[in-house]
Design a protein around this ligand. Structure first.
Ligand code: ACM
Length: 504
């Protein structure tokens, strides 16, 4: 009898209250129905026949379930919901869900994910995956509490930026970043591809950009660059996870790597030395030479041809040695080139000083006046305030990596703000979304990257996805604490903030 009691106490009870799951981002609504769904060796992921992109989404979800359970979960097309298993369906009968929302119904025998698009089904799948461990223990029975999640995002752009110019990160590293963004329903990866210290994307018509400009990085390491094939591989990997790549070529400042590669881009016709320090604001393309615009045209043409997403980022920040009029002239011409190749312009908030074309987005990082001027000129805003959302800012004065010129950003400080009320004169209607950038002056490896990015990234994902009315630090920190085990199981080297009640 004692042995029996002991056994009963040690067998984990199947979860039956879906509202107790620590979802991040917090869904719009979660209701529990008090039962449990079991994942069996015979469980299959079915997808509605003929719905665009759904086969991929089903394969991704099955792959994740196989990774968790070790079971042989198959996928199969179906014309209607089966009686048991997991079923993905695209339907436009719930307008509230929009293009990325979903309804996840977990029944005792059948799980359905219904959405207006494959992207919505993908996000419903991510929510489902958060009800399971990242990796089942040997012999662990996988059960999911039953109920319904009805969910859709606050903003259409929920992004992360990686600076691969100051220190280079290779294709496999970028893929891991993409996988981690997908877990938290982020849908934009902005790659800061060029800066004073490095040019990181092959341009076939200007080969010295990578041969010379890609040959080093901050601290004098060997640098590196993506071939166009590798860039396409990244774009495709991201696309399969419903993440858009936004390429940035920063100009007219932050261009020393290009100026070192081609003498003719300098006003004095002399190539610059490669630079491996961390100063900013000392370089500029020569804005009154025609060759500069041929260069910009060639670069934009080659990159946009490989980029299916709607945006091209022209940088435009900290051009301290470009005269104001020259800066405005340059940005106006650069944006016309972007438009000519069919893309919408994004630039750091300084570009509002030029004449934004229709569809432009200014990325607020520092200057409120620039940002409100951008709105007055008809631009939308991407919200990336350095003092709240820069992932290279240290957590506190003891953080061994990163910088603190915009202040310290502990996990609560990174979470407790609302994009729609941060800048006077910039409201939700003006905002495209939220992006958290990681600049890599001090970040040299994936372990270091992960330490700065986690655990803050899920907070930025939630700011982008969840309505402010459902966001609250006191409850968020408990959900984040639950994710500590997930970070460990994903081998993420994260900062164990003392503000979060991590379980042992
Ligand atoms: C920036 O941090 N210079 C955009």
């Amino acid at each position: 009898m004692a042995a029996l009691l002991f056994l009963a106490a040690c067998t984990p009870k199947a979860p039956t209250d879906l509202t107790q799951t620590g979802f991040i981002p917090q869904p719009a609504s979660v209701t529990a129905t008090g039962d449990a769904f079991k994942v069996f060796a015979t469980t299959a992921v079915y997808y509605q026949s003929g719905a665009e992109g759904l086969q991929h989404t089903a394969a991704y979800l099955a792959g994740q379930l196989i990774g968790i359970s070790g079971l042989t979960i198959s996928t199969e097309a179906a014309d209607k919901a089966p009686s048991r298993g997991i079923y993905l369906e695209v339907s436009d009968d719930d307008a509230e869900l929009g293009s990325e929302g979903y309804e996840l119904n977990i029944g005792k025998r059948l799980v359905t994910i219904k959405a207006g698009s494959a992207a919505g089904c993908f996000y419903g799948g991510q929510t489902l995956l958060q009800t399971l461990p990242v990796k089942a223990a040997e012999g662990e029975e996988l059960t999911i509490a039953t109920g319904t999640v009805h969910d859709f995002p606050e903003y259409v752009y929920r992004g992360f930026m990686l600076d691969v110019a100051r220190h280079f990160f290779g294709v496999e590293d970028v893929k891991r970043v993409i996988d981690l963004l997908a877990v938290y329903k982020m849908n934009a990866l902005h790659l800061h591809l060029t800066d004073d210290q490095g040019w990181r994307i092959e341009i076939k018509s200007w080969p010295m950009l990578t041969e010379i400009g890609g040959s080093t990085e901050v601290g004098g390491g060997e640098g590196g660059f993506y071939t166009q094939e590798q860039y396409v591989e990244i774009v495709k990997y991201a696309q399969e996870r419903h993440i858009t790549i936004i390429p940035e070529i920063d100009m007219p400042g932050h261009t020393n790597a290009a100026l070192a590669s081609y003498a003719e881009l300098n006003c004095d016709g002399k190539a610059r030395e490669l630079y491996t320090g961390t100063d900013v604001g000392f370089s500029t393309l020569c804005t009154d030479k025609e060759i500069t615009y041929q260069f910009v045209d060639d670069v934009v043409k080659e990159i946009t041809a490989l980029t299916p997403g709607p945006w091209f980022h022209i940088g435009g920040d900290e051009s301290h040695v470009t005269a104001h009029d020259d800066y405005v002239y340059f940005i106006d011409r650069a944006q016309d080139i972007v438009v000519k190749y069919g893309k919408k312009v994004i630039g750091w908030d300084e570009i509002a000083n030029a004449t934004p074309v229709e569809g432009t987005t200014v990325q607020f990082w520092a200057d409120v006046e620039n940002t409100t001027m951008g709105v007055e000129k008809g631009a939308s805003v991407l919200i990336s305030p350095a003092a709240r959302a820069y992932l290279d800012m240290q957590y506190d004065s003891t953080t061994y990596l990163g910088l603190h010129w915009a202040g310290y950003i502990e996990v609560d400080h990174g979470y407790t703000w609302d994009p729609a009320t941060l800048v006077e004169g910039v409201t939700k209607e003006n905002i495209l979304g939220v992006e958290a950038p990681l600049w890599t002056e001090t970040i040299t490896s994936m372990d270091e990257l992960e330490y700065m990015v986690f655990p803050r990234l899920p907070g930025y994902a939630e700011i982008g996805w969840t309505t402010p009315a459902l966001r609250n630090w006191e409850t968020y920190k408990l959900r984040l604490a639950d994710h500590g085990k997930r970070f460990e199981d994903l081998d993420i080297d994260f900062y164990r903030s003392p503000l979060v009640p991590w379980s042992e």
